[in-house]
Ligand binder design. Sequence first.
Ligand code: GDG
Length: 483
Amino acid sequence: MGKTIIISNRLPVQLQIDNDSITAIPSVGGLATGMKSVHSGSDSLWIGWSGLTQEEISEELEPKIDKALKENGCSKVSLTSEEIDGFYYGFSNRTIWPLFHYFLEYSEFETDSWNTYKAVNQKFADAILEKAEDDDVIWVHDYQLMLVPEMVKEKRPNTSIGFFLHIPFPSYEIFRTLPWRKEVLRGLLGSDLIGFHTYDYERHFLSSVRRLLGLEVSFNEINLEDRVIKVDSFPMGIDYKKFSDAASKHEKNTADTQSELQRRLNVHKESTPDAKLILSIDRLDYSKGIAKRLNAFEYFLKKHPEYQEKVRLIILAVPSRSNVPQYQLLKKEIDELVGRINGEFATVSWTPIWYFYRSMPFENLIDLYTSSDIALLTPIRDGMNLVAKEYIATRTDKTGVLILSEMAGSANEMNESLLINPNNFDQISDALIQAINMPKEEQIARNSILQKRLERYNVEKWANDFMKSLLEQRETTQKFISK
Ligand code: GDG
């Protein structure tokens, strides 16, 4: 086997420019952590966009940036601000993201941004082709780079290419509305292995391949003339140990070491021991169902006034894609909803919703997870939803109740949580009551099972399983060719 090349829209490092010196700081996100076992040693390379536009990189800076990236096993693809507009904010996030999350009415079908998407995918493919040799294994990530596998396979047919989609693959009836549906499928079919979070996404994809391209599909394999493509589900896990260790450490904090947020949350708990904290954390995205969740919470407060002053909803909405108009409108809607609900129900001693529109440091995230009695996660569509898994991992005493939308990929593996339909306010309201009154023994029984499962199928196992399957597929292909 040759080297391993990983490719994603963003590199797993953040560049920090301080006067003339450049430092690449490794990201701590789930993907970067999960890929550690794959992206280590001198025989692996991660290719992606650095986060700086071509205009921001002077001739003087460029070699320094390249050097800092190289030290972290990374290599950059340079993109102009115009390319980022058309490729990232345009086709990726105004066409594919809404369409694949079933927000058909938000999807814009613009030929210009499709052309930029193609051109930028070619840039990523060229960056691979410049470095790749015949024996290399290439792992392409996510919806921004769906054309890359074909572009690479055409020029380097002997490389093994894996593709993993982090968002849902929609049903055929939705996918077929995309004007460039066949090109996207053909792009993906340059891969030898295509992975999804769930079995359903896998079936949707296979159905589109069969119906739109007329290809022969047997069980989870697609037969082309010269090779076989495997399609499978690999539900992504979390870095379980990182979250459970951080939660254990958090418990041991003293007055000197605890954060201001932890201190205030403790004060709140002590002053209102019977009140329940309900937590939700998401990027501010329409697919996450934040506005609906607020409406459902209002419905609950109206329907069950006896719980007023007994619950508090914490909303952490992390700014995201704020130059896409739909996201700006959503921000306005959420601001107004929070204001209206707080205005309607607040008393001198109680504000029903605490709303944070910002990104918080990891330690504060742990403060929130460990202090909340209930997590209420109600995406309308979500590829997986790692927040649900992280909440459970931080419950060191195994208490806490997870209320989770059945539209999240993670619901498939989290049957012991309270699963709800995010459009059914009565069901959400009933689940809140069940969660508030759930005996501790029941909470512990449910979470024990969940924790065991999440600990076993962690993010490292996810990455290793995918790589193992890709290497097996390479052997199958070699046998197929030598027949
Ligand atoms: C996409 C798919 C799929 C959140 N707020 C803060 C913060 N976070 C971290 C969480 C979690 C991550 O961000 C969010 O992951 P999700 O999976 O919930 O959602 P997406 O960002 O939409 O991710 C999704 C995922 O890809 C993986 O395939 O599950 O379906 O949409 O890890 O902890 N981290 C910090 N501060 C915050 O304020 N430090």
